[in-house]
Write a protein that binds this ligand. Structure first.
Ligand code: ADP
Ligand code: MG
Length: 387
């Protein structure tokens, strides 16, 4: 799960990672009142969206007067921000963060992430932080260094020294880096993060290390024990269909093709998509209804997949184990009562109560086709999607 910069900065503060004083501004708030408390003559307005690349897309604006500040805020609030990470539609800006504009001496990059291959938390750092870090990663990967933290040994002073040396830090900055890293590592573990990124971690005019940007991703599987963080979910920032599926407790992932796939179980989802691709098609999504599904949820799942205008055919592939095929069939029929089906649907039911399920679907709708094998189902879906 993703959270906003202002939320990540609040967590940083709690763990002792230095951030600038800031104010969150929502529509209707009195901006001038906020600038009084941020003693400064220049301010920075930052659009709060779940995407980076804001600085290069007009989502981070500097204002040198109160008037300029007010107009920067009103220009951003309520608009949609398109950055290189958002897609063409962009994301709605429902709040902006206000900070004093500070003098920056250096911009560093610092991140912690789970390195699955190593089975450890990796600290990634670069002296070439800032808005061009992607370019640095591509063109000069040697400017990015990593240190892995052993889960039993924890962060070692020698590792901090290695990082500080690579970042070209002075002695008093090394001490600050030690404090920042210890705090970040504790935050990372106790909040079940999959990524914490500070880009830029700046060195200011007074030689202080400050997190100027903040990104935190939380492992979705740990949200059950991170209730405070789970509450920060902002449904306006995600893919609408994926959010809707999440509300329904379904696993749904959007892809780029034309064939919608409704399956049960992650393994069958992978196999189904592999076969669709093998037969020359491209999945538009996959929706895993899981095992403990109800008829109502099958209907909702079906509606979710067919309403996507990119979907030109739907492939339903159910291998009934715990889930019963007749329940799936009834769910599909329920959905067909409330929508007008515009794309062909190919259904393959096997396993528990497959015969009952197939019978229920027989001759019920001109757009419903049944198949006997997965290959046949995939070929048919691809053929019908083209017509
Ligand atoms: P993004 O990563 O989405 O582009 P950042 O928060 O990293 O957004 O901001 C982009 C750039 O804007 C930073 O690299 C920094 O140079 C500048 N910036 C951000 N906040 C401030 C601030 N409070 N004072 C001065 N410059 C800032
Ligand atoms: Mg940034």
């Amino acid at each position: 799960m993703n959270i906003h910069e202002y939320q990540a900065k609040a967590i940083f503060s709690r763990f002792g990672v230095p951030v600038l004083d800031s104010h969150l501004v929502r529509p209707g708030d009195d901006v001038e009142q906020f600038c009084e408390s941020l003693e400064s003559h220049a301010w920075v307005v930052k659009a709060q969206v779940h995407a980076g690349g804001r600085g290069k897309a007009g989502g981070v604006a500097r204002a040198d007067s109160r008037q300029g500040l007010v107009s920067a805020v009103s220009g951003m609030l309520g608009a949609r921000l398109v950055t290189r990470q958002t897609g063409e539609e962009g994301l709605p800006v429902q709040a902006v963060l206000l900070e004093a504009a500070v003098q920056i001496r250096r911009e560093l990059y610092l991140a912690l992430l789970v390195d699955r291959e190593a089975g450890q938390v990796a600290i990634i750092a670069s002296a070439a932080g800032g808005m061009d870090i992607e370019q640095v990663a591509q063109q000069a990967p040697d400017k990015i260094i990593a240190q892995h933290v052993h889960p039993a040994a924890g962060l070692q002073p020698s590792q901090v020294r290695t990082l500080a040396y690579a970042l070209d830090l002075q002695k008093n900055q090394l001490r600050q880096l030690q404090a920042v890293l210890s705090a970040l590592f504790e935050l990372f573990v106790s909040c079940d993060c999959s990524l914490v990124e500070i880009n830029p971690l700046i060195i200011d005019e007074d030689d202080r290390l400050v997190a100027m940007d903040a990104k935190i991703n939380i492992d979705d599987n740990a949200l059950y024990r991170q209730a405070d963080i789970a509450n920060l979910r902002d449904a306006t920032q995600g893919n609408r269909d994926e959010e809707r599926a999440c509300e329904l407790g379904l696993n749904y992932v959007q892809l780029d093709g034309r064939i919608g796939c409704i399956v049960n179980g992650a393994g069958l989802a992978m196999a189904t998509m592999d076969l669709v691709k093998h037969q020359g098609g491209e999945p538009a999504n996959f929706l895993d209804v899981g095992g403990a599904i109800t008829q109502e949820k099958v209907a909702e799942a079906f509606k979710l997949v067919v309403h996507d205008s990119r979907v030109k055919a739907v492939l339903v592939n159910i291998f009934g184990g715990i889930v019963r095929c007749d329940l799936i069939a009834r769910g599909i029929l329920d959905a067909l009562q409330s929508i007008s089906l515009k794309v062909p649907v190919i259904v393959l039911l096997q396993g528990t109560r497959a015969a009952e399920g197939r019978k229920l679907l027989e001759n019920r709708h001109a757009g419903l086709h049944q198949a006997n094998t997965l290959t046949e189902a995939a070929q048919r879906a691809i053929r019908l999607a083209r017509t």
